[in-house]
Write a protein that binds this ligand. Structure first.
Ligand SMILES: [Ca+2]
Ligand SMILES: [Ca+2]
Length: 293
């Protein structure tokens, strides 16, 4: 470890110095403390109907006493050059638009401030919790009971539809939505109900949150129902097939602004891949949300 070597070096200098009565240039703040974030979770805001508290916070941007420390993966540890009482500021980061390499602060979660006490060479472990900022609206479903999204048929084939299953295999999230595609029924496209248009006309930003485990690629989009606009489907947000549950966050703001979309239905489509070798393709969905403010 780099810092152990540093200590060994300092000890050697110290020995030399005591022998020859020279001054030790070794201020305490040069010895780092360590900050570990072992988990970062979402908790209830009583002012918001979250529909679920599922979240995938992959890292945090960290400041200590308003000075940048860096990005800590969760779980993860970084050295901190601070001693004594300190304010730790944490911004939760998510994978945006499917890129694992692009981490961004999720604007609809609160920044977290914690008080901590740092000692040189000691590790402070924190388990912060954030929550949605007050004022956000969450449209969506956790696929429980009759709470199902994408029930409006756009593919004109009632054989491909979302059902509820408890076979999601995702601990803590209960039942999930399921779509099955086969050679005979290869296409699904569904929209959220026309009677519940998502109204972002007064919002500045909107995000799509999706949790999924899918044998085939998925495409999420927007069916524009804004008065005065042509009724158009914008299929913008692609998700690659994945054999374990994943969560992604798509920033919808630029599409909604550029196309002047005020009210819309959320759309999802998927196609059974020719020659895939699969007997059937299973799509599992949970905690699909449009969050806006
Ligand atoms: Ca669920
Ligand atoms: Ca269908």
């Amino acid at each position: 470890m780099k810092y152990n070597k540093l200590f060994a070096g300092m000890a050697a200098v110290f020995l030399l110095c005591t022998q020859y009565s020279c001054e030790v240039i070794n201020p305490a703040e040069d010895v780092p403390a360590y900050l570990t974030i072992s988990s970062f979770t979402l908790t209830d805001n009583p002012d918001v109907n979250e529909r679920s508290l599922a979240a995938k916070i992959v890292a945090a941007n960290v400041l200590v006493n308003n000075e940048t420390v860096g990005v800590i993966s969760i779980p993860g540890t970084l050295p901190v050059f601070a001693a004594g009482e300190a304010t730790i500021t944490l911004d939760p980061l998510v994978q945006q638009n499917g890129s694992g390499e692009m981490l961004e602060i999720y604007p609809f979660w609160e920044r977290v401030n914690l008080a901590g006490n740092f000692s040189p060479d000691d590790t402070l472990v924190v388990n912060p919790q954030t929550r949605y900022v007050s004022g956000v609206t969450v449209y969506g479903s956790d696929f429980t009971g009759t709470d199902i999204l994408f029930v409006q048929e756009l593919d004109e084939n009632s054989q491909t539809a979302v059902s509820i299953t408890n076979q999601g295999g995702q601990a803590g999230e209960g039942t999930v939505g399921k779509i099955t595609l086969t050679d005979d029924n290869p296409i699904f496209e569904g929209a959220t109900t026309e009677g519940e248009l998502i109204d972002v006309s007064g919002a500045n930003r909107a995000f799509l949150e999706v949790q999924y485990k899918t044998d085939v690629n998925l495409l999420f989009g927007v069916l524009d129902k804004t008065a005065g606009n042509t009724e158009t489907v914008f299929r913008e947000y692609g998700v690659l097939a994945k054999d374990s549950w994943n969560t992604l966050y798509f920033d919808m703001s630029s599409l909604l602004i550029s196309q002047n979309v005020g009210r819309f239905q959320l759309v999802m489509s998927a196609t059974y891949p020719v020659g895939s070798g699969l007997d059937e393709a299973i799509i599992l969905l949970d905690n699909i949300k449009v969050v806006y403010l």
